[in-house]
Write a protein that binds this ligand. Structure first.
Ligand code: MN
Ligand code: MN
Length: 286
């Protein structure tokens, strides 16, 4: 947790500096800040880096989302993305599931066919429908580094409902940050329980979680999270008995942090985190 905290603070600081790009009184800062993504504005939950010698927490930053990849699970630990009305356009679903060839040389690349016959869906973390501004944006969501083996009812009911609801929160006056991840080992799909698929190269997570942060449109977003900001956190079992009502899985960010060892929202001030992360959302679910 200490290592995570340090990295989180570091990234939080660089995000603040990078945010000055929209402030005409400040000059752009060259150097490492260029590596920081809008998708990590609220923090890098595991202090992931692009160091290939850390294969269980490897940072992949794409224009459309950022993630921490776990080579040995064959899945992301978490995926984080910023969602605004500018991301929602008319590009159609590309369905071009494919291996991510940007992983370090020599790492196994999960294939478009790796889940075939497993009884689990290729479940998006950053959803296809959150990236429809351009064909390239939509296509990027079909990289297998953005997928987990997800029980079909979890994916097509619970998750689809929360994804659809989240997009209704995005407007000309509101923007959203989403962080999704999974942990544990062993889920139950349409062919029964499995702990791994693809000859052991992909771990089936036991639990799938999501955190949604809703903000009015503005700049310096991490500093605008307050004790009254709506934050939805859910944690669900990866099985087909899951309820379609995502609201019944609401929990605290703190509980997800305890279960995963992550520090979510690390770029938000510690005092605000302590309040918002211990609260369970009671807002509408549709
Ligand atoms: Mn899905
Ligand atoms: Mn936190």
């Amino acid at each position: 947790m200490k290592a995570f905290l340090y990295s989180g603070l570091f990234l939080g600081l660089t995000v603040v500096i990078a945010g000055c790009g929209s402030n005409t009184t400040d000059d752009p800062i060259p150097g490492p800040v260029l590596a920081v993504s809008q998708h990590l504005t609220l923090g890098n939950p595991s202090g992931a880096t692009t160091d290939a010698s850390q294969p269980t927490n490897y940072l992949l930053v794409k224009p459309q989302y950022a993630l921490s990849y776990h080579r040995d699970r064959g899945t992301p630990n978490w995926v984080s993305w910023h969602l605004t009305s500018a991301d929602l356009g008319s590009a159609s679903r590309q369905d071009d599931f494919r291996a991510d060839n940007t992983l370090p040389t020599g790492w196994y690349q999960v294939q478009s066919t790796s889940y075939t016959g497993s009884g689990f869906d290729r479940g998006h973390n950053c959803p296809s429908a959150d990236r429809t501004a351009t064909v390239a944006d939509n296509s990027a969501t079909f990289l297998m580094t953005n997928m987990i083996p997800q029980a079909p009812h979890n994916n097509q009911r619970t998750w689809a409902n929360l994804e659809n609801y989240t997009r209704t929160l995005v407007s000309t006056t509101q923007e959203v940050y989403v962080i999704m991840g999974s942990y544990g080992k062993g889920g139950t799909g349409s062919n029964g329980a499995q702990s791994t698929i693809d000859q052991g190269r992909v771990t089936v997570p036991a639990r799938i979680w999501k955190v949604v942060v809703v903000l009015p449109i503005g700049d310096n977003d991490a500093s605008r999270v307050t004790t009254s900001t709506r934050i939805i956190a859910i944690d669900t079992p990866n099985d087909n008995t899951v309820s379609s009502n995502w609201g019944s899985y609401r929990t605290t960010v703190d509980a997800i942090e305890v279960a995963t060892g992550l520090d979510l929202l690390s770029a938000v001030s510690a005092s605000v985190q302590s309040t918002v992360e211990s609260r369970v959302d009671t807002g509408p679910t549709q």
